[in-house]
Design a protein around this ligand. Sequence first.
Ligand code: ZN
Length: 153
Amino acid sequence: MNLKELYQEIILDHGKNPRNLGKFDNFNKDAKGHNPLCGDKVHLFLKLDENKKVNDISFEGEGCAISMASASIMTDLMKGKSEKDAKEIIEKFLDMIKEKDDIDTKLLEEDEKTKLMSLGGVKNYPMRVKCATLSWHALSSALEDFQKEVTTE
Ligand code: ZN
């Protein structure tokens, strides 16, 4: 199996059988995303614990295989990450999906990077980039909201 086939297989797998699908009860942050160009919708649920670590994360949504696979892969690898690390991973992922050939971070294992790189094929298709980044922007907005609440407390 070459790399391109491996990437396709990862997207198909996560697109058909999304991980972390469905709302859970005790989330303390959530954010919605909508990609009208393609019709993708995502509602992200997040539980940050007292140490600002991602205790649990899930999503509800509907849309194309790319958007669902991206949300599935993203929620999978954000579990257990700190808020700070999550933000760095979001930034590096968005860099990769838009223009870079690699994900330049030490925060991810090689197999986690491979999963993210599988979405990198959308680079040449600006419409598809919006599908792949939708859930990531939703996570970013959920985290920003959390920060605001922390500073007022
Ligand atoms: Zn889409």
